[in-house]
Design a protein around this ligand. Structure first.
Ligand SMILES: [Zn+2]
Length: 529
């Protein structure tokens, strides 16, 4: 006998089937904008949580351990979709269908589409494109500059580099190089700081639009405590933001982000005006920095003596809400974490930057225990790589150091380490980062209707990785181990293919033309090496 739930599930499946068929028939009429990829595929549809499956499975074997292992296996099974042989159908920049190749190919409309546009076999593992939630494009050329800590680094390298962006030609040249570098590393979406020059944001948006990338960005607001050449006109400068919003926000795959650099470089009046602008446009995002460095925290307390704490400087003017990304958030207490969680804002954890500038160890476990939204980002140029695989490696190392630091300071291991599992790591770079930015209905996984940003990871990209993963040979290496090896040993050589809104931008490890005026077509199978 069918229950109400069975009936409604059957109805939902029927509706999905109707939608799928309609989408496939529509794609078949427009076959030149269709591409089909066949191969292994992995994406997340929920948070896999932090548990390492093998740890649970190898626990003491008693009933409690067995229960924990089966709970974790169930959580993972709900969160991860992995196909050894998937078919991914993309049309007009979106995913139309994804699933097991043999099952999907039996669908009449899929079969028809496959005859019109035969699938290309990919070598490696398809995933959604990575999302970088915090990165500064004007700092591309000062990445890996020797320095001490945040404030010195800003004064010595960042501010002089950003002054060059008064020249629109320079901004355009760096914007092109920056976005190509992001794509080369597998990041197809990003939330980006420009400089205080409106023209630098224009340059980035133009370059992103040419690549059809999902880029959310903003001009830096800064009306004090920086070189005069970089200061804007305070409240009056928000006219520039209003013009940029009108020109770019919501256009194609672009979004505008209000971008006060951080509390010390904006007057209270400018922060207040930013809060009013944010309130007047409910779909705008906001990005800034919070509690990265202890000297910075002290400086903010001096500059804002009436504020309860650093976070309150932003809260008091309405800058902390569900579309706010605070970069770093290292030096917070649980009360501040709880307020961020309650407001629905997120913290961008930037581990290569935190290690490079010696800013501190982000407490991921405390943030997650409270339910705070987290993303993982590069923070180039404070970060030392645009590669989000490097971010995962550094995040793992930061987590490991938590236990060691507690041991050194207290003389006993009073705090556990917080190693990042590969499941949590790859979830974070894709769906997790999309959720933190409230973009999960657009990017983050490859379900039908999502924007078709796809990368292909090659687990045998280097001789060492090939040995470690023995991909597809003996079957002795689990998927979990392959993913962990990729995050610990991988770099841009792992990113074998990159597809942005369904168009191929990197193939066989080589970047292709960025100009969307001449869209790339899947090469004939005979040409493939
Ligand atoms: Zn930053």
């Amino acid at each position: 006998m069918m229950t109400d739930q069975d009936t409604s599930q059957t109805a939902a499946c029927h509706l999905d089937e109707q939608r799928l068929t309609a989408a496939l028939r529509s794609a078949a009429k427009d076959a030149s904008c269709v591409s089909l990829l066949r191969g292994a595929l992995l994406h997340f549809v929920a948070d896999p949580e932090d548990a390492m499956l093998s740890e649970a499975a190898s626990s003491d074997g008693n009933d409690k351990g067995d229960t924990r292992a089966s709970d974790m296996a169930a959580t993972l099974a709900r969160a991860v979709e992995h196909y050894a042989d998937a078919l991914l159908v993309m049309h007009a920049g979106h995913v139309v269908a994804v699933g097991d190749h043999h099952s999907l190919a039996r669908h009449e409309a899929v079969g028809e589409l496959m005859r019109l546009s035969p699938p290309r076999n990919v070598e490696g593992l398809m995933m959604p494109g990575f999302i970088d939630t915090h990165v500064h494009f004007p700092q591309l050329d000062i990445i890996a500059s020797y320095g001490h800590c945040l404030i010195d680094w800003l004064n010595t390298y960042t501010f002089p580099a950003e002054q060059r962006f008064a020249d629109p030609a320079h901004a355009a040249e760096v914007a092109d190089a920056f976005l190509d570098a992001l794509l080369c590393h597998g990041s197809t979406s990003a939330q980006v700081f420009a400089t205080s020059h409106a023209s630098s944001a224009d340059a980035l948006f133009r370059a992103a639009r040419a690549r059809d990338m999902r880029v959310h960005a903003g001009r830096v607001m800064m009306d004090r405590n920086a070189p005069p050449e970089l200061l804007d006109s305070g409240v009056a400068a928000l006219k520039d933001d209003e013009r940029l919003i009108a020109d770019w926000h919501g256009r194609d795959r672009l979004g505008y982000v209000l971008t006060p650099r951080f509390a010390p470089t904006s007057t209270p009046k400018q922060l207040e005006a930013a809060g009013q602008l944010l309130k007047s446009q409910p779909d705008l995002h906001l990005q800034t920095h919070l509690a990265e460095n202890l000297d910075e925290v002290k400086w903010v307390a001096e500059l804002f003596p009436d504020a309860r704490d650093y976070l309150a400087v932003y809260e008091d003017v309405g800058l902390s809400h569900e579309r706010t990304t605070f970069a770093h958030g290292i030096h917070l207490d649980d009360g501040m974490r709880q307020r961020i969680a309650d407001q629905g804002a997120s913290i961008a954890f930037c581990p290569t930057s935190n290690l490079f500038l010696g800013s501190g160890l982000f407490d991921r476990a405390s943030a997650r225990a409270i339910g705070m939204n987290i993303s993982i980002a590069t923070d180039v140029g404070g970060g030392s790589s645009l590669c989000q695989l490097e971010s995962l490696k550094a995040a793992y190392q930061v987590g490991q150091l938590h236990g060691a630091v507690a041991h050194d300071v207290a003389g006993l291991a009073s705090r556990a380490n917080q190693p990042l599992t590969p499941w949590q790591g790859f979830y974070q770079l894709t769906l997790g980062n999309a959720r933190a930015m409230r973009l999960q209905d657009k990017v983050g996984n490859l379900r039908p209707g999502m924007e078709a940003d796809v990368i292909v990871l090659n687990p045998a990209a280097t001789p060492l990785l090939a040995r470690r993963t023995r991909w597809g040979q003996s079957g002795q290496v689990s998927l979990q181990e392959v993913l962990f090896a990729l995050m610990m040993l991988g770099d841009d050589r792992v990113i074998r293919e990159v597809h942005v809104a369904g168009q191929c931008r990197k193939l066989h490890g080589l970047m292709l033309s960025a100009c969307s005026d001449t869209p790339f077509r899947e090469p004939a199978a005979a040409l493939m090496p």
